[in-house]
Design a binder for this molecule. Structure first.
Ligand code: RIB
Length: 299
């Protein structure tokens, strides 16, 4: 089943630092690397490495052709990759010695899409195909509405979260991928203390009765809530060196497993293993494991 991923493509400038820089501080980094990133591109690579047929709808600057090579090499279909004159999206990423990160984004070409562009990009999509989106590109609301009107199933990861997300037509989603904090923001719940997963089940059932909600819990694991049923899978314990890209890895591997007919528990377990491999490597797209690596991973 094809999946269209309307997703960001970023140049990630990754700096290893002893600690995340403080206000007013000038800090020397001890390592620098430039890699392909963007939550959208990371998700597409994870989907393709997991085994899905993925069409990435994305844009980058005409001078950055080499940027998208990892997408092509992973097997992502290039029909909807376009070059534009705007600068490519980019991210300034600090990763400290405890694997904490902080990210500054510049949207650039990711925000160059118009509603007409997006309607054109879905022309070959058929009812029952999937659309995946995150929140780093322009015209997200229009894309959800266009896809819903064509009968596509829609999966959305509202990261990075902002105030506009609450006004999106979230009732049209089949899947929603969120962190525990993001789900609180969407449901207007306090985050101190965070509600338990059990508390969230009834609230999610009432708010989005037909949407499968996947809640990622970082080093604790991940859960799914669907039609009042909670499934929780603990994380595989590993020593993380860089968590950048772990969310995209999880989303791609989860979606692929689910589309292959695996149970929710099996899909959560598969995605958890893939993310555990990802966080043990540095970088975003460069740290996403292949299906063979996930198969071989022993806990
Ligand atoms: O989730 C990690 C990603 O967020 C990075 O690759 C960066 O580009 C930002 O989009």
């Amino acid at each position: 089943m094809p999946i269209y991923n309307y997703g960001s493509i970023n140049i990630d400038h990754v700096y290893r630092v002893p600690h995340l820089v403080l206000p007013g501080e000038t800090l020397s980094s001890h390592h620098y690397r430039q890699v392909l990133g963007g939550k959208g591109a990371n998700q597409s690579i994870a989907l393709a490495r997991a085994g899905s047929e993925v069409f990435h709808i994305g844009r980058y600057n005409v001078a950055d052709q080499a940027l998208v090579q990892p997408l092509i090499e992973a097997g992502v279909a290039a029909e909807h990759l376009e070059t534009v004159n705007e600068p490519s999206g980019h991210a300034i990423i600090q990763v400290d010695d405890q694997a904490e990160n902080s990210i500054i984004l510049y949207a650039g070409a990711n925000h160059s899409f118009t509603v007409t562009d997006l309607a054109n990009s879905l022309q070959a999509a058929k009812a029952g195909d999937w659309l995946l989106l995150q929140n780093e590109c322009s015209c997200t609301q229009a894309m959800i509405e266009l896809a819903a009107a064509r009968g596509l199933k829609i999966a959305f990861n509202p990261a990075p979260m902002n105030a506009a997300v609450k006004d999106l037509p979230l009732d049209k989603l089949s899947f929603l991928f969120v962190t525990q904090v993001e789900v609180c923001q969407l449901l207007n719940l306090p985050t101190e203390p965070l509600p338990t997963l059990e508390d969230l089940v009834a609230l999610l059932q009432a708010r989005w009765p037909d949407t499968l909600v996947v809640i990622t819990l970082g080093s604790k694991g991940a859960a799914s809530v669907y039609q009042g049923q909670l499934e929780f899978v603990p994380a595989v314990p590993v020593q993380a060196v860089d968590t950048t890209g772990a969310g995209g890895t999880f989303t791609g591997y989860f979606l692929h497993a689910w589309m292959q007919g695996q149970s929710l528990r099996a899909a959560l377990e598969r995605a958890g293993k893939a993310s555990a491999l990802c966080v043990q490597r540095v970088g975003a797209s460069s740290s996403i494991p292949t299906a063979a690596e996930v198969d071989a991973f022993k806990q």
